[in-house]
Design a protein around this ligand. Structure first.
Ligand SMILES: *Cc1c(COP(=O)(O)O)cnc(C)c1O
Length: 364
């Protein structure tokens, strides 16, 4: 039984989850050391590799994405070596903090919020200094910028000792991502963004180079020890008890993603982005992100009309939608329209016409 009067989530995470996916979680529990679990795990591996476009293993972890930030920084940066973090929004800033708080030395390339990093910036930094890792955020959810990961990957690949770690938390399954072709060593994500699952699972495609590196790191910690996770993964298992119900949901969702087709799913997100842009343009609302790097999964709008985002959210709540009010230091000055996950074009159009009603009312 679910509550009535549910407001559809139009948030950039957690996103609306379809009833079929919620229901998949209600399957009978199985023991994670059973043959049934090994089958579930193996089945998911096959589909996850297709989804990440990788030949490598994909970790399935009971945690949010933040846990795998910690795991990636911890397992890939050796003592006395440095990380290069590309920063340009709230999430990329926080990942750099996570590396520091795990005792790692961090250099940053910082661009103003709303702008994208370039391959040239990364090239210049790597020519000057040796880094164990370059950490980048694919889709910066606070600003609505999709960074040029393919181009940056081409640069990082020229440096044999440098691993390329990418947060694709709000990009994965919404924005184009080709893990192997783009030279990504760790591509990490969580369940509750464009994957359109309930929160609680994190995933990471992990290269052999990462495991070689992890062996050279003395203190990998316990919960996110990549060597241990990989050892169990070879047996279609996990070191500690996984959230099995969520994995049933993920298994079902991966089937549905494959039925839609990965490329079609990316195209649907681009279509929703373009509809949102056209709407914003017609309403005189400026786009916060730099032209050419605007996210297919979330649009950050500069609140050039100066309306109260609280009033907007309240109004939209009455229409049955739960809206975002901006994030981090640009909260209120911006707000975000998430168009990610399993959202349909028609739902997005309902959201935009609701916003139209609000804007008309607000200007009177
Ligand atoms: C939401 C988000 C995170 C944090 O993920 P959690 O699953 O909440 O830990 C990290 N990076 C980006 C880009 C995000 O959008």
């Amino acid at each position: 039984m679910r509550t009535e009067n549910h407001k559809k989530l139009v948030l950039p995470g957690p996103v609306e989850v379809r009833p079929e996916i919620l229901d998949a979680q209600a399957e009978w529990m199985i023991g994670h050391r059973s043959a049934a679990f090994a089958e579930l795990f193996a089945r998911m591996q096959t589909k996850l590799r297709l989804a990440f476009k990788t030949q490598n293993r994909v970790f399935v972890q009971g945690s949010s994405g933040t846990g795998l930030w910690e795991g990636a920084s911890r397992n890939c940066i050796r003592d006395g070596r440095k990380a290069l973090h590309l920063i340009g929004g709230a999430f990329s800033e926080r990942w750099a903090d996570v590396s520091r708080l795990n005792g790692k030395e961090v250099d940053v390339i910082e661009v103003p919020w709303g702008e994208a990093h370039t391959a040239e910036m990364v090239q210049a930094a790597l020519q000057k200094e040796q880094y164990d890792v370059v950490c980048a955020v694919h889709n910066e959810t606070s600003t609505g910028v999709t960074h040029p990961i393919r181009e940056i990957g081409e640069v990082v690949r020229q440096y044999e000792d440098t691993l390329f770690l990418v947060d694709t938390v709000s990009g994965f399954l919404g924005a184009e991502l080709r893990t192997d072709d783009w030279g990504i060593d760790v591509a990490l994500t969580s369940s509750q963004k464009a994957f359109a699952l309930p929160p609680g699972l994190a995933f990471a495609a992990v290269s052999d180079r990462v495991l070689e590196r992890a062996k050279q790191v003395t203190n990998r910690g316990y919960y996110f020890d990549f060597i241990e996770i990989d050892t169990l993964l070879q047996k279609n298992n996990t070191p500690s008890t996984p959230p099995v119900s969520l994995m049933f949901a993920a298994d079902r969702q991966l089937d549905d993603v494959m039925t839609e087709g990965l490329e079609n799913r990316w195209a649907r997100h681009i279509q929703m982005r373009d509809i949102t842009h056209a709407w914003a343009h017609n309403r005189g609302l400026a786009l916060y992100a730099q032209d050419g790097y605007r996210s297919p999964t979330v649009t950050t709008l500069a609140n050039t009309k100066g309306f109260s985002v609280d009033d907007m959210a309240k109004f939209m709540g009455g229409k049955g939608f739960s809206m975002d009010k901006g994030y981090g230091k640009i909260k209120g000055k911006t707000f975000r329209i998430a168009h990610m996950g399993d959202m349909s074009v028609s739902t997005l159009e309902e959201v935009l016409s609701g916003l139209d009603e609000f804007l008309v009312g607000d200007s009177q």
